[in-house]
Design a protein around this ligand. Structure first.
Ligand SMILES: [Zn+2]
Length: 185
């Protein structure tokens, strides 16, 4: 799998598609928000969470704990602290699409333990986009979809944030979003 850096045309296309201009600095809308929340439905277990992870007092330990639990490795129950920048990035992506805060992301994959990552690699290898040093193992990646939003729009919104890596998996029905280096595939 070849990761390519974002070129200007892709970015412009992404901004046009999401109605976002360069005049809006990334994160500026976020700073003005009184609270930040994320809702997920795990597509494997149908487990749902709806957590307010940031409020007037800053990051909310209760909400973060709910998210860490909700995004755990569902195969073996292992958890890890999910990167807060990733949470903010997902909120920004959702904002760019004009989607309400309590609408759930479909969660295909969040944290992946080393054991799960190795097993997935063995099963599917490069064709499923499972990397040896996966950002999922660092709590810095999610594979998500947003019901009612075409996957291509979700991809373009994620690209337009320039918040990290964006992988497009239309066949599997999700977009990979991480807070690693800005790159796309
Ligand atoms: Zn992924």
């Amino acid at each position: 799998m070849n990761a390519t850096s974002l070129d200007r045309r892709t970015l412009v296309k992404a901004m046009l598609a999401t109605g976002t201009g360069l005049l809006v600095a990334p994160g500026s809308l976020l700073a003005a928000m009184p609270e930040r929340r994320l809702a997920f439905r795990n597509v494997h277990t149908n487990e749902k969470i709806d957590a307010r992870y940031f409020g007037a007092g800053g990051f909310d330990p209760q909400g973060l704990a709910e998210i860490n639990h909700g995004l755990r490795d569902w195969r073996n129950g292992e958890t890890t602290p999910i990167d807060r920048d990733l949470l903010d990035l997902l909120v920004r992506v959702r904002q760019r699409l004009g989607v309400a805060p309590r609408r759930s992301f479909d969660l295909i994959s969040g944290y992946r333990s080393p054991e799960t990552n190795a097993a997935l690699r063995e099963a599917g290898g490069a064709t499923t986009g499972v990397a040896t040093k996966s950002q999922h193992m660092l709590g810095k990646a999610t594979d998500v979809a947003l019901p009612g939003v075409p996957l291509e729009r979700l991809r373009l919104a994620a690209l337009s944030t320039q918040g990290g890596g964006v992988g497009f998996y239309p066949r599997d029905g999700f977009v990979h979003i991480d807070t690693g280096r800005v790159r796309s595939w």
